[in-house]
Design a protein around this ligand. Structure first.
Ligand code: ATP
Ligand code: ATP
Ligand code: MG
Ligand code: MG
Lengths: 167, 163, 163, 167
């Protein structure tokens, strides 16, 4: 499986629809303090549904909607490429598809949707696709800002609990 | 439950010995406080950084602790792999040499999996395959200023110049 | 006790507005949650980084928070001065430009007081009056490899090269 | 008041007596991870008695004694220069003097001494001298490794308590 791009639309400091290419191999992101680097990671956590709003540095999901835009909703999509079994047992076929998630602010409570190639799916379906692609559904592939210091400050019991999740 | 935990522990313990040898260039050991009943105790980390005595995590320097934690993170990721790994400024406690060692360790792993790493350190940025520059424009939000392939020399922009 | 606290609070609040203008190049405010009974509430920090809206400490980036915390530290030190100030890697969350701004702020204050600052950032080291290089020699411990006056060019040693 | 030098003798990673010059103005210390930079700051906290052993990253005071040396004690001295009122009300006179502190490991408990120009004084005397020189006795002039992150992670009440100490 290959991640090809992340598309942020009215998400945090990205009021305009922005396509962020993710290349193969070792990619880095650099820029001044406060320029939106960690917001890109929050967008990845949002679309993969691996974090609470607090883990994305927001009090509520609706805080993820950009204050710089004028829409009451935000959306993030992830372009992926994976090998699927070919028709009738033939050679595997590479297919590109998109996972998406959006949130719309409503008086009666936020309206959250999950998408596969633009069509609505349930959260459980999204998590099935992730398991199929080899993504941990609890976000263990993310090391967020200051996680390293938090890990060094843990006592022995808290450190063991990190292993409990693996078992 | 206990058997499953011990299996995971042994896998991570063996992986940690290797990742610490790679990053800390010394000997690293994970030890259960209570091997008979793991859930009654915690997990101890004992390492011997290059040229030093074996010591506990508590008595190490800031950078030595960070390198030990990173070795544990790599060991966990080896036991529980994913197609894409994401690191946000994990190198900020490291000096120039250790940042270089970390960058090389990521490069090796990036042959099979994708790594997306945020950093302010030139030493790490110049060892990546490509660097995405971002800046914030007043009132317009985050602008992605372009992808620099490793071969090109100029930084993404003076504002974004790494320390 | 309340009167003494309010006096100290007002002094730090006024100093913070100035130090945040200097470091964050924006507007910084310290606000008591309960001005009538300060001990019943906490201290809020609201800042408007250059070109952005006023926001609380919680919603800022790692570097923006660090700069805000450093402004508070400078404000506290102005109200309660000492002959020598000591900073241990306070710049590790900062990008190149903010590290430079911090270094200049220290230079200004170092005309009257002594500052001893540990850092791995070249951008800060080259703006100091002198840099003390240290290395660890196996079995012998820490060696002080000499003081480099700001004018000289070569780094203390390749091992010690800043990131 | 001017601090002129710090002398570490068998303290942490300094088994040999080492004089560390502290110049006027803006001094920096740089070097590889684990090379002993923060140990220099611990030595300053030790001689000024502004911290517990935990604040110097040691479980007990005797852990400050270098494991690389072969003496059962360690000592740190601080060379200072200050203006004192001149004899008989004349012009102030600059005088250099040394504050010192040592700890010796004994079976019956550590033997801790405070020194002024080599002669024993009490802790209260040392603190009087510090107040006279303008040093805060609670160490507010030290910003230790990770203190900045600890301050950013504090809630509003903990932040207010930082001000309480000033009043
Ligand atoms: N809902 C939102 N709408 C608009 N802007 C937002 C929103 N949420 C956060 N931001 C902005 O995003 C900025 C933080 O960005 P981010 O944390 O990604 O910075 P960063 O590039 O990681 O910086 P650092 O190097 O300091 O870690 C804040 O300054 C904040 O103003
Ligand atoms: N009592 C002691 N005897 C000998 N060595 C000691 C003693 N206490 C600590 N050390 C050594 O001091 C080293 C830590 O030094 P220190 O914390 O000053 O490093 P540092 O230069 O600040 O590094 P960093 O850049 O990673 O923060 C440890 O590796 C430890 O081995
Ligand atoms: Mg960030
Ligand atoms: Mg240190």
């Amino acid at each position: 499986v290959r991640v090809q791009a992340l598309i942020l639309d009215n998400f945090k400091s990205f009021p305009k629809r922005t396509r962020v290419p993710i290349e193969d191999g070792f990619s880095t992101v650099s820029g001044p303090n406060g320029s939106g680097k960690s917001n890109i990671i929050d967008a990845l956590q949002f679309v993969l549904a691996t974090s609470t709003s607090k883990g994305m540095r927001a009090d509520r999901l609706s805080d993820l909607i950009s204050t710089l835009g004028n829409k009451p909703s935000c959306k993030v999509e992830l372009e992926l490429k994976a090998l699927f079994p070919g028709p009738g047992g033939g050679p595997p076929v590479a297919r590109t598809f998109t996972l998406g998630r959006s949130v719309r602010r409503r008086k009666s409570g936020n309206d959250v949707r999950y998408l596969l190639d633009g069509s609505p799916i349930r959260l459980a379906d999204l998590q099935d696709v992730m398991r199929l692609l080899g993504f941990p559904t609890s976000g263990q592939n993310f090391v967020l800002q200051n996680d390293v210091i938090r890990l060094t400050a843990m006592g022995p019991v808290a450190r063991r609990q990190v292993l409990d999740e693996l078992a | 439950k206990r058997a499953a935990f011990l299996e995971a522990f042994e896998a991570v313990r063996d992986a940690f010995a290797e990742t610490y040898a790679e990053l800390g260039r010394g000997e690293g050991r994970l030890i259960l406080e209570d091997p008979k009943d793991p859930f009654a105790g915690g997990l101890l980390i004992k390492v011997r950084p290059r040229g030093k005595k074996l010591s506990r995590m508590e008595s190490m320097s800031g950078g030595e602790k960070a390198l030990t934690a990173l070795s544990l993170i790599f060991a966990l990721q080896e036991v529980n792999p994913a197609p894409l790994f994401i690191f946000d400024e994990v190198d900020k406690d490291l000096d120039g040499v250790n940042t270089m060692i970390l960058a090389e360790a990521i490069r090796r792993r990036a042959e099979e999996r994708q790594y997306l790493v945020i950093s302010h350190h030139r030493v790490l940025l110049e060892r990546s395959d490509q660097t995405l520059g971002v800046t914030m424009r007043k009132g317009h939000g985050t602008q992605v200023t372009g992808v620099k392939m490793a071969a090109a020399e100029e930084p993404a922009s003076e504002e974004a110049a790494a320390v």
